[in-house]
Design a protein around this ligand. Structure first.
Ligand SMILES: Cc1cc2nc3c(=O)[nH]c(=O)nc-3n(C[C@H](O)[C@H](O)[C@H](O)COP(=O)(O)O)c2cc1C
Length: 192
């Protein structure tokens, strides 16, 4: 059986807690999870999660499944369409990253791998967090949706009766799991 691989990238939008929860939820689902964080995200991850090393986001006991990647390393495996991986989740995804992907500039590993996912017709899930959205953001997101990306705003609902911040986070991450076709549920479906 070929290895099941996914690329997860954290960018400099608020909401790194979504990335942490996603990594907890998917650690057992893949043979290999590539993980990177854009340079601009590092201080936000530190402020929001108190985490200095990306390594600290890897769930306990799962280290062997993860490969940490330098966000500027264009020689990393996900940079090439010839490397088999299922796709990519950018969580949280800044509108700056959205703009660069939409422009096809591919100047770092996040934008290059996103470009690879689009050209190879692989999953590209963008957990965008920004509000309000300008027309530039909306047009960039429209273009990316047209070429196959899934635009999944970090926009939790309230009909499941959230009590804690974690319940709101789970709502968004559950939607990512559904897109990845992972059977595990963090939130019960409507009327289930
Ligand atoms: C504390 C803080 C919070 C931010 N939150 C957001 C956000 O929620 N969404 C967003 O698109 N940008 C946000 N930004 C701005 C991005 O970090 C900035 O545009 C950066 O250039 C994005 O770079 P990257 O996409 O390469 O990580 C925030 C910046 C800071 C310092």
């Amino acid at each position: 059986m070929p290895e099941k691989r996914l690329f997860v990238a954290i960018t400099g939008a608020s909401g790194s807690i979504y990335a942490k929860r996603l990594l907890d939820a998917i650690a057992g689902q893949y043979d290999r999870i590539y993980l990177t964080a854009s340079e601009n995200s590092v201080s936000i991850v530190r402020d929001e999660l108190g985490v200095i090393d990306l390594e600290d986001l890897i769930p306990e006991g799962c280290g062997s499944r993860f490969m940490l990647l330098d966000p500027n390393d264009l020689y990393a495996p996900p940079s090439s369409g010839s490397h088999d991986y299922e796709g990519m989740v950018i969580i949280p995804c800044s509108v700056g990253t959205v703009g660069r992907i939409a422009a096809g500039v591919s100047t770092d590993l996040v934008t290059r791998a996103a470009d690879v996912c689009l050209k190879e017709r692989r999953r590209l899930i963008l957990v965008v967090r920004e509000t309000p959205l300008s027309l530039i953001h909306l047009e960039n997101l429209t273009l990316l949706a047209r070429v196959g990306a899934t635009v999944l705003p970090a926009s939790p609902a309230f009909y499941h009766g959230p009590q804690e911040i974690e319940d709101l986070v789970d709502f968004v991450v559950d939607r990512v799991l559904r897109q990845l076709e992972i059977a595990e549920r963090l939130v019960r479906g409507w009327k289930e």
